[in-house]
Ligand binder design. Sequence first.
Ligand SMILES: Cc1ncc(COP(=O)(O)O)c(C=O)c1O
Length: 405
Amino acid sequence: MSHLIASHQGRPSDDPIFALNKEATARRQKGEAIVNATVGALLDDDGTLAILPTAARAVREVPEVEWATYAPIAGSPDFLRAVTDDLLSAEPELRATAVAAATPGGTGALRHAIANFLEPGQALLTPSWYWGPYQTLADEADRRVETFEMFGADGGLDVGALDAALGRQLASQKRALVFLNDPCNNPTGYSMTDDEWTRVAERLAVRADEGPVTLLVDCAYFLYGARDPRAFLKHLGPLARKANIVFAWSASKSFTHYGLRVGALVACVADGAERKATEAALSYSCRGTWSNCSRGGLAAITRVLTDPEMTRACDRERDALKALLHARVEAFNRHARERGLRYPRYEGGFFVTVFHGSPREKAEAMRAQGVYVVPQAKKTGGGALRVALCSVAERDVGRLVEALA
Ligand SMILES: Cc1ncc(COP(=O)(O)O)c(C=O)c1O
């Protein structure tokens, strides 16, 4: 007889990516030449975590009393204002309808979205290649994940597949929550074009007549793309009058403070009464899960977002990290094209995905050669290998691609 409830028995204790990383690190410590392309954090070429010095200073300079005191349940008002401005100050129409709650990283925002915009048993909708913890978060909340085929025959986002799947969901569950992780999608590295954003916004606006639609933009990596990170927002204005648009904002990558656990859910809700109800529900969810976030963490991130000199310094420091990452992306594209690898258009971001028919066997063979990548499988069949270029020095990219080929 188990004391664990049936649905929680047999759950894996360790996230498989963390387990692979642990093994790669142990082998490297024993002196083996390991290429570890599993870690979802940006590492310098010497393998140490890349940290924005100004963000680190902001954390160090938070007074003791700020660390020791509880934060307000939904987060400090100045933090919520700063994050909302960071995302939306150039889009006054969206900004005017926004409410927010502080969350432990973007993960907390994803959790709150699942719990508040879907009924138990219902499914969120996301592209066929998605960040694995979406499934974990859905499991934990007794919700599900359904996917649409991410790429069409032309290699771009299959907007028609999204539209059709959304139509089916609205017919069956009478509401929908769509997760899009863009730009710099994890795991594929794909960033949607302006035209794709326009078409997605148009289709969602039409479908919103069939039932409540919430679009969640997971912008965990948005500051690492090749183009203006906020350009997509200009396509969302007309949609925001008909659908909820929510953002999972995270300081983890943007300010290289993964362990600080600072994030936010920002929700644009057109109707005033519903906006108030949403704000209250989000706050209630905070109390009912983690109670409140670390006040010191919120204070540090508020400062880097609102002190103009610190913001500029962080931008400069992040630009240097983007250049480091970009050199790896270019090296990857050069080698991968030569070796004929199949992968989506890749211009920037932490990850890229190489399509492969037998990802488990391939990852296993690569592991034997000391090259670690993460095997991925689509719910609907088809496989790939996720390559975290964020953690691989440019000098190792050639060896990595050879192993992939
Ligand atoms: C796609 C995606 N979304 C959200 C997150 C959330 O990260 P955090 O909770 O550290 O902000 C991550 C982190 O790896 C991610 O890859």
